[in-house]
Write a protein that binds this ligand. Structure first.
Ligand code: NAD
Length: 431
């Protein structure tokens, strides 16, 4: 998406790549906290960039080749950790950006993990279930020992789900020596409950976001049930956020997916829309809300705009249209630099992605711990631990923000960077 500054006093940021966008955010924070230049240098590029091309026989009886990525940004604080994305947008640049965001996210919320990300450039909607299984298994085999339960642990992201994680796990386990099989279950997180997943993982990203929203609402003398939300994306993050907020009594006035945008000033009946999606495979044709144009989503009158789809949707242009008090970033990287400047100038608050959507990796960590200890925690325990951890990070962001006079995104990066800097300072660089 383009990002033309035109009449706004921001530097030209047209066609910035996603990875450059993340680096730009890191540089702002690094300068604000006077981060050591050595640490800056180390974090500038990922540690490992793995690209695999692998063949799969599809339903047409022909061999097709796919390009898969696994980018391992940093593992100073623990094993690499990050999702697997199946989407047409997947590229080396996108996965590098997402992997680096994982490094900062895990550091911010104090997890013993580093950051990675992977994916395949494809539209998963165009393949049969059987083809998706064969693509996933072959991708896992192609990655081989580049992933591992104590080395690099994938999870779901856009276009992937618990079933795909189970196929990855099963493939990895079956190519591991029999003695290590049970422990190898922790090779991926976000699995189904029957196959070693954790209670609360499916909704974890949205639940963490809602815990942050509740805290923000209290700070702003608001009540979630009185708030209006516009949500971009109706998948794992957006769909679960809509469901939880609706159940709390909030009005979800607009919902957008890749094809359709729906609006209802009194609030969309989210459970009915989820049923419609389950029945028809799409949110279009839902009679109880009005279809509006894609761009009209940005002009919806609401308290919170919740991007939960692709990166780069809040641009210089769309940020000028927003009629909200808060942008709560469920998606990774939804705000482009030009959009950021407009939000700051318009005093629209931002709950930045590395904080707001960290619930997913937090509960992934709990799944990994449960797998390694052969334990099962109930939903109440998982939710309680998630709430405590994400709100602790929320408070750190607020503290850094007020002590240094910086915005929330910069504060979140500063907290994350400081933890990494301390570890590098104490450990030094080998040899
Ligand atoms: P998903 O595949 O479950 O859902 C994606 C949704 O976005 C779908 O409703 C899809 O129709 C919609 N969408 C796709 N392209 C769109 C477009 N151009 N405009 C509007 N809507 C569009 O994906 P997800 O897991 O919910 O991930 C969404 C975002 O949240 C991504 O940025 C992802 O990296 C981030 N995220 C996900 C998790 C997780 O646990 N799944 C964790 C942290 C962050």
């Amino acid at each position: 998406m383009s990002d033309h500054p035109e009449d706004f006093p921001v530097p030209a940021m047209v066609d910035w790549s996603f990875f450059k966008q993340v680096k730009h955010q890191v540089v702002i924070a690094a300068e604000a906290c006077k981060l050591s230049s050595d640490v800056r240098t180390i974090l500038e590029e990922p540690k490992n960039e793995i690209i695999v091309n692998f063949p799969v026989k599809l339903a047409d009886g022909k061999i097709h080749t796919f390009k898969g990525y696994r980018i391992q940004h940093n593992n100073l604080l623990g094993p690499f950790k990050g999702g697997i994305r199946y989407a047409p947008s997947v590229s080396l640049d996108e996965v590098k950006a997402l992997a680096s965001l994982m490094t900062y996210k895990c550091s911010l919320v104090d997890l013993p993990f580093g950051g990675s990300k992977g994916g395949i450039q494809m539209d998963p909607g165009k393949f049969t279930t059987d083809e998706l299984m064969r693509i996933t298994r072959r991708f896992t085999a192609a990655l081989g020992n580049n992933i591992g339960p104590l080395y690099d642990i994938p999870a779901p992201d856009m276009g992937t789900n618990a079933q795909i994680m189970v196929w990855m796990m099963d493939t990895f386990v079956n190519t591991t020596g029999s003695q290590a099989r049970n422990l190898s279950q922790s090779i991926v997180t976000g699995k189904t409950l029957a196959c070693g997943g954790s209670e609360g993982r499916e909704k974890a990203t949205a639940q963490g976001l809602v815990f942050c929203l509740e805290k923000w609402a209290v700070e702003n003398k608001l009540n979630i049930p009185e708030c209006r939300f516009a949500i971009q994306g109706f998948g794992n993050v957006g769909g679960n956020a809509a469901r939880i907020l609706h159940a709390m009594g909030a009005k979800v006035v607009a919902i957008q997916d890749k094809d359709t945008t729906l609006y209802h000033p009194e609030g969309i009946d989210v459970p009915a829309l989820a049923t419609h999606l389950g029945r028809t495979g799409s949110i279009s044709g839902f009679a109880s809300a009005k279809p509006i144009s894609t761009d009209a989503l940005y002009e919806v009158d609401c308290d919170v705009f919740l991007p939960a789809a692709i990166e780069g949707t809040i641009t210089f242009e769309t940020a000028k249209k927003l009629k909200c008090k808060l942008v709560a970033e469920g998606a990774n990287g939804p705000t482009r630099p030009g959009g950021e400047e407009v939000l700051l100038a318009r005093k629209i608050e931002v709950l930045p992605d590395i904080l707001a959507n960290s619930g997913g990796v937090i509960v992934s960590y709990y799944e990994w711990v449960q797998n390694r200890l052969s334990e099962r925690w109930d939903l109440e325990e998982v939710d309680q631990k998630l709430k405590k951890k994400i709100l602790r990070a929320y408070n750190h962001v607020r503290e850094v923000s007020s002590s240094l006079g910086v915005d929330a995104r910069t504060a979140a990066y500063i907290h994350a960077l400081r933890r990494i800097e301390v570890a590098y300072t104490e450990r030094g660089i080998f040899p």
